[in-house]
Design a protein around this ligand. Structure first.
Ligand SMILES: [Zn+2]
Length: 401
């Protein structure tokens, strides 16, 4: 398959044309791959019911210990990889694996596009808590071009981060002969999929077709680069075949299968997942610090705060799906019983879709684009069933109520 741009409907496929909001939380049916039941309850809420009432967490912990024992090494070498930017979730997982279960984790980091001060501090503090880290800082010229390309073609500059975050750790696992890898939570399975999917502890990076389609947005980097060479004046042919592109792509399929590292496990399968508790754990044990103020676009202070550009990832989600950053935090807090739905709605009205003003200039400079071009790209991603212009301003047609 070669990459074709297609019209907007093709680029943002399969969204139901009628917007529905979950009756329990504040998530809508516009979240890709989410399912709603006949009572108007989303799969994330139903999955949580399932996890609270059906899952035997003691048995899951035994499952975890069996898995860890299978990979545990007694010669002092690393036996598990934890991809981590220094945030509270991966910090929690690494700390638990090392100090509760006696594993020897290697932390692997794919650098944020543009570190925030608090992000780099948290990253260092986590290493200071007793971890070795291998970090890849990608070629800045190529990275910026790819970020701009991803912004224009996928509506998300952050996609270049996602590629490296997924593939760089697998390259490192192969390099060091480590056969086990742990992420924190599987957002897809936990929040979007059906309950049967919640019973799956891992994603297989080689075999899971849905994953490949969903995460690479139906294309490969090579196809995208080939397309861009013909269509974008800022990409040269010489950019296409460069060793510096290695970590944006998966290692060869056979190598992944032979080494047995195609699976990445999720800690949230084995342990009940509370972002707030991960936060408190890391404050106490890994020197984690929250933002001094609220994160733009939401009410929380502790979620994904290491990259100056990630506010635009959430802002573009808001444009593409009508779902920004606040909706995730508020829905999680409602499901965890920390706030009522009414409070969640009030928070949504207050913060959802707030423009990430603080780093706007940094973002434009990073991509090398003008403000006019930025808005041109933004508006090219507004689906007509979600957005309308009222008195010259874009507004959501069906906000949460
Ligand atoms: Zn829900």
């Amino acid at each position: 398959m070669t990459f074709k741009r297609g019209n907007l409907e093709k680029r943002v496929p399969d969204l139901p044309k009628q917007v529905k909001w979950c009756k329990k939380c504040v998530m809508s049916n516009q979240r890709p791959r989410i399912a709603f039941d006949e009572n108007g309850i989303c799969s994330a809420c139903n999955n949580l019911e399932y996890k609270n009432n059906v899952v035997d967490w003691d048995a899951r912990e035994k499952e975890l210990i069996t898995l860890l024992d299978k990979h545990r090494r007694s010669d002092g070498s690393w036996d598990v990889i934890v991809p981590s930017s220094g945030g509270k979730d991966s910090g929690f997982v690494a700390h638990q694996l090392k100090y509760k279960y006696g594993m020897n984790p290697l932390l692997v980091t794919w650098s944020p596009l543009k570190y925030t001060d608090i992000g780099i501090e948290n990253f260092r503090n986590l290493c200071d808590a007793g971890f070795v880290n291998i970090k890849c800082t990608p070629n800045g010229i190529i990275h910026r071009k790819l970020a701009r390309l991803s912004f224009e073609e996928f509506g998300d500059a952050f996609h270049v981060f996602v590629l490296g975050q997924v593939f760089f750790p697998i390259h490192m696992a192969l390099r060091f002969g480590i056969k086990l890898m742990f992420y924190g939570e599987n957002g897809e399975v936990e929040y979007a999929g059906h309950a049967e999917a919640v019973d799956k502890p891992y994603t297989d990076r080689v075999k899971d077709e849905d994953w490949i389609k969903g995460y690479l947005k139906g294309t490969t980097l090579d196809e995208l680069m080939q397309y861009s060479y013909e269509n974008k004046d800022y990409i040269d042919e010489k950019d296409l075949h460069d060793a510096d592109l290695t970590f944006y792509k998966p290692p060869p399929r056979e190598e992944m299968l032979d080494s047995g590292i195609s699976r990445t496990y999720y800690y949230s399968h084995f342990h009940k997942w509370f972002p707030q508790e991960n936060y408190y754990h890391c404050v106490e044990h890994t020197g984690f610090k929250p933002n001094p103020g609220r994160t733009e676009g939401t009410f929380s202070k502790y979620a994904s705060l290491d990259d100056k550009t990630d506010g635009f990832h959430y802002y573009m989600r808001y444009i593409k799906f009508g779902l920004g950053r606040c909706v995730e935090d508020a829905s999680h807090e409602i499901r965890d019983g920390h706030i009522m739905r009414e409070e969640g709605i009030a928070l949504m009205h207050r913060y959802e879709g707030e423009f990430p003003e603080k780093y706007f200039k940094d973002f434009l400079e990073y991509l090398g684009i003008t403000e006019d071009h930025f808005w041109e790209v933004v508006d090219s991603w507004r689906l007509p069933h979600l957005w309308e212009k009222v008195n010259g301003e874009w507004v959501l047609k069906h906000p949460v109520a």
